[in-house]
Ligand binder design. Structure first.
Ligand code: K2U
Ligand code: ZN
Length: 172
């Protein structure tokens, strides 16, 4: 397994729309395993393939307290979403140390393929619901800061660019 590099906002590759996975083969299973290792190492509760610069519809998640219940969603589709909405504080591994409130569906039903390529259905609420909607946005090239005001988004963009520049300077 390998830890993968996580793209950092405002990298334009984060705005790529991911394509469907044609076959759940060894290459995809290796990607899933590497994404899980990367997600646990980064202490995230979810990770989309877009964030590691692979533009295929693959998501991994683990919202369990014990951090030992991985969820794999390949070619996920939301088939039902509650009219009830909920506002939650969100963060993103591609926008480190930035948190803000985003409104999403309180509950969603998702159909996907698992790591073996078998179809299943997930009824999600709470953190799982927020996370799966956040990750599915990533597969559409959308980052959660795009729900914020243009002023907030520009401030975050400036902060991220400075932080990345400072880190590159320190590495020299
Ligand atoms: O996509 C990612 O960058 C992973 C996010 C997933 C996530 C976003 C919003 C709400 C829940 C999960 C990271 O796990 S951000 C870290 C985090 C963890 C728990 C709650 C909020 C943020
Ligand atoms: Zn994210």
């Amino acid at each position: 397994m390998a830890r993968l590099n996580i793209l950092r906002y405002p990298d334009p590759r984060l705005h790529t729309v991911a394509r469907e996975v044609r076959e759940v083969d060894e290459r995809i299973r290796r990607l899933v395993d590497d994404m899980l290792e990367t997600m646990y190492d980064a202490e995230g509760v979810g990770l989309a393939a877009t964030q590691v610069d692979v533009h295929e519809r693959v998501i991994v998640m683990d919202t369990s307290d014990s951090r030992d219940r991985p969820l794999v969603l390949i070619n996920p589709r939301i088939v039902e979403a509650s009219t009830e909405m909920a506002v939650n504080e969100e963060g993103c591994l591609s926008v480190p140390q930035i948190y803000d409130r985003v409104e999403r569906h309180a509950r969603v039903t998702v159909q996907a393929l698992d790591r073996a390529g078998e179809p299943y259905e997930l009824q999600a609420e709470g953190l799982t619901s927020v996370c799966v909607q956040h990750e599915m946005d990533h597969l559409l090239g959308k980052v959660f800061v795009e729900y914020l005001s243009p002023l907030k988004r520009d401030r975050i963009r400036t902060k991220m660019l400075k932080r990345t520049r400072d880190e590159l300077q320190r590495m020299r």
